[in-house]
Write a protein that binds this ligand. Structure first.
Ligand code: FE2
Length: 247
């Protein structure tokens, strides 16, 4: 029988009760997030003995490939996308607070109606002909990235009955080689769906979950133009941003 939100909430609470204190990374098999049962590795990870061989078939980019307007998701088509224009900015830092410079940061997201411009997304919310929902930039000397985009909507998924993902933006940090790529998600403050989302709740540590939620920054908001959100990404150490494993 299809699980209800009440069932999922109870499973999350049961998982929290046995989670190791301070553990940041969720279990790869996290039953409240149903598809992890089928997708998690059942054998131990394999060490890549020859990372350079992987590089030969992996994607490549250079500084000349990433253009300034790639970071403005509102300017990729002839017209303005619908929704709430936002600026999302922050710094990519190492465990000691040093900036990670020249880092390729990629984002992808749903439009303001909660619909991805992707053939796999068929739920009845409108596509926006002026919004694709993908962008990229390189961090500057302070480790800073900045995107102009539209605030994404929440969207339904079929994890359980009446399952909705809180609004989020997917982030990828490329590293210096394809084998170092890290992927995570940024959330928006004050969303009532946070507590009900088995993907966010898979991070059992409350402080670690908090680090996935951006801060609203009124000083970053631009009069008559956009709202500002600030989100720093810490790559390792005790204040690390949770990163999806197994990518
Ligand atoms: Fe998503």
């Amino acid at each position: 029988m299809e699980s209800t939100q009440t069932d999922i909430d109870a499973e999350i609470a049961a998982a929290d009760a046995v989670a190791l204190p301070g553990r940041i990374h969720p279990d790869r098999d996290y039953p409240p997030y149903r598809s992890t049962v089928l997708r998690h590795p059942k054998q131990s990870l394999v060490v890549v003995r020859d990372p350079e061989a992987v590089e030969l078939s992996g994607p490549v980019f250079g500084v000349t490939d990433v253009l300034g307007h790639d970071a403005d998701l509102t300017r990729q088509h002839r017209g303005e996308p619908l929704g709430e224009r936002i600026t999302v900015t922050g710094r990519v830092l190492d465990r000691d607070g040093h900036p990670i410079r020249g880092q390729l940061v990629e984002v992808w997201q749903a439009n303001a109606a909660g619909r991805y411009a992707h053939g796999g997304d068929r739920h009845p919310a409108p596509l926006d002909p002026n919004f694709t929902g993908a962008g990229r930039c390189l961090t500057d000397d302070e480790g800073r990235y900045t995107f102009t985009t539209m605030r994404p909507g929440a969207y339904p998924w079929r994890n359980h009955r009446n399952a909705w993902r809180p609004a989020h933006i997917h982030f990828s940090l490329f590293g210096t080689a394809f084998t170092q790529r890290l992927v995570t998600q940024m959330y928006f403050p004050g969303d009532p769906l946070h507590a009900r989302d088995p993907i966010l709740r898979a991070v059992a540590d409350e402080k670690a979950r908090r680090r996935l939620i951006a801060d609203y920054d009124h000083d970053l908001s631009v009069p008559e133009w956009s709202l500002g959100y600030r989100w720093d990404i810490v790559l390792d150490g005790p204040a690390a941003t949770w990163i999806e494993e197994g990518r």
